[in-house]
Design a protein around this ligand. Structure first.
Ligand code: ADP
Length: 278
């Protein structure tokens, strides 16, 4: 048990004996090992969950860790596009092989399996949830230090499957200032509590824009309340991302690995620190 245990596992990332373990997790295959799993969640779509997942993976890879992304956003997969991946994932006869990005981040996404990436995935919930589970069990995750799971928005079938089947060490909640922040953070808090998974931090996206002429920061969605909400729940606001057209361009061109900004450096440091003893 951690020295100053509050008995609230949702605000603590220590992997101590008092953390309830729940249902047994799905086993990885014999060729795989994954040290840490971090789920990136949001209350609704379009708030920048995938860009935050991609940026965090890039930063952890730059720190020298072997990093991977499991794209669990089956009906809205945007991870391959952010990294400019066009090839199809192959099999070694027994298991699926992830596709590696230019800097060596291993990725599995439904868009790497479809013949035509513009074809919609029109599957029912249980099939989608089963696919996500297989992305964990049937893919070769070769000595991964940090795996980021890009979750579908909300709290449906798939997030539930991920929390029940994968040994998630913690979640990062992505939100925006104009979001119904309190409600969404509260939902995340409750889900984390139910699943005994700690919230590693909140990332606020689209926090401000910088005027290209005078350099002034403008909070175009009004003054952010995220830090107050974070305080209320005892979570850490680990990063703020401005609306930055360069980020959109990097994603559109599939070269997010070339990003040059420090927006999420603190978030990556916090993840590294909080999971160091797990
Ligand atoms: P989600 O995964 O939550 O649905 P995405 O990460 O796919 O959202 O982002 C939606 C779109 O908005 C993408 O085209 C992305 O490049 C763009 N975007 C997200 N955050 C920013 C930002 N801070 N600045 C500029 N563009 C952004």
């Amino acid at each position: 048990m951690a020295e100053e245990c509050t008995h609230d596992c949702s605000t603590c990332s220590a992997n101590c004996s008092s953390r309830p373990q729940g249902i047994p997790k799905e086993e990885l295959n014999v060729l795989s090992s994954v040290k840490h799993v971090i789920a990136v969640v949001s209350g609704k779509g379009g708030v920048g969950k995938s860009i935050v997942t991609s940026m965090l993976a890039v930063l952890m890879q730059r720190k020298g860790y072997k990093t991977a992304i499991l794209d669990a956003d089956i009906t809205g997969p945007s991870i391959p596009k952010n990294f400019g991946l066009k090839e199809r994932a192959l099999s070694n006869g027994e298991f699926l092989l992830p596709v590696s990005t230019k800097t060596g981040i291993d990725i599995m996404s439904v868009n790497l399996l479809l013949e035509d990436e513009t074809r919609p995935v029109v599957w029912r919930g249980p099939v989608i949830a089963g696919t996500v589970k297989q992305f964990w069990t049937d893919v070769v995750w070769d000595e991964v230090d940090y795996m980021f799971v890009d979750m579908p928005p909300g709290t449906g079938d798939v997030p539930l499957t991920v929390f029940q089947s994968l040994p998630v060490d913690g979640i990062i909640v992505v939100t925006t200032p104009q979001d119904l922040v309190s409600m969404i953070v509260q939902k995340a808090a409750n889900m984390a509590k139910m699943m005994n998974v700690p919230v590693l931090g909140l990332v606020e996206n689209m926090s401000y824009v910088v005027c290209p002429d005078c350099g002034k920061k403008m909070e175009i969605f009004g003054e952010s309340k995220t830090h107050k909400i974070a305080d209320k729940f005892g979570y850490e606001l680990v990063g703020k991302l401005p609306i930055d057209a360069r980020l959109t361009a990097l994603c559109d061109k599939g070269i997010i690995e070339l990003m040059e900004n420090d927006y999420l450096d603190n978030a990556a440091n916090v993840i590294e620190k909080k999971l160091a003893n797990n």
